[in-house]
Design a protein around this ligand. Structure first.
Ligand code: 13P
Length: 249
């Protein structure tokens, strides 16, 4: 049984006061609920404050990115150990904005995955095709490559969640239809099974991300194989993220 996993990726939004207000409101809303897993990924600089604001809450706090190196002359980067040090428990890696805006290749994403696991961070590994790739019939090829190369050399999936985020659905208001999400999630689980075996594939959660809102979360979560959501814009306000967390109410 895969517990639904709803995570908010705040991207480069909010400020200290609004981050704390949002964390506080979510804390109150989620209470000690444990039938769903809820997580937030604030900007690096607000991580310690948000961790503190959520102490004692089951809501997990993680980062949106991470350096692949442990320490040293890497100006502007943040290490996995630093993230652990301030209380983060997971890192989102391979997000499409990292891949497409900042040119992160699969090999770098893979190095980050390894480093995160080494320091004890869980990982949300993002995969997804652009509209050009979808229209060229390359969706499966692209997400297979993201998975296979992103997870190369990884021993097991117990610390890993996959997020299927079609690039054309991110921030556009145009979410994948339940059918489109279902097709890709089924395909991804098959790839995971080939790589890690049936049991690992069955227990690994695959989130959907891309224009998730309170109004479409129920139909997406109803799809076999959709185990949660990675939410951008709609995670920035307590009311809309709460509506996503409460998808089955
Ligand atoms: P939106 O929910 O704003 O489309 O963003 C999705 C996303 O990129 C989450 O990581």
């Amino acid at each position: 049984m895969r517990k639904p996993y709803l995570a908010g990726n705040w991207k480069m939004n909010l400020d200290r006061a609004s981050s704390l207000a949002l964390a506080g409101a979510l804390r109150e809303h989620v209470g000690q609920r444990n039938d769903v897993e809820v997580a937030v990924a604030p900007p690096f600089v607000y991580l310690p404050a948000v961790v503190e604001a959520l102490e004692g809450s089951p809501i997990r706090v993680g980062s949106q990115n991470m350096c692949d190196q442990a320490k040293g002359a890497f100006t502007g980067e943040v290490s996995g150990a630093m993230l652990r040090d301030v209380g983060a428990t997971f890192a989102i890696l391979g997000h499409s904005e990292r891949r497409h805006v900042y040119g992160e290749p699969d090999a770098l994403v893979n190095a980050k995955v390894h480093h995160a696991l080494e320091v004890g961070l869980d990982v949300i590994l993002c995969v997804g095709e652009t509209i050009e790739e979808r229209e060229a019939g390359e969706t499966e090829k692209v997400v297979r490559r993201h998975l296979t190369e992103g997870l190369a050399g990884v021993d097991g999936l117990s610390k890993i969640t996959i997020a299927y985020e079609p690039v054309w659905a991110i921030g556009t208001g145009l979410n994948a239809t339940p059918e489109q999400a279902g097709e890709v999630h089924t395909y991804l689980r098959g790839v995971l099974e080939g790589l890690f075996g049936e049991r690992a594939a069955e227990t690994t959660r695959i989130q959907y991300g891309g224009s998730v809102k309170p109004g479409n979360i129920a139909e997406l979560m109803a799809v076999d194989g959709v185990d949660g959501a990675l939410v951008g814009g709609a995670s920035l306000e307590a009311e809309s993220f709460a509506g996503i967390v409460d998808f089955d109410k």
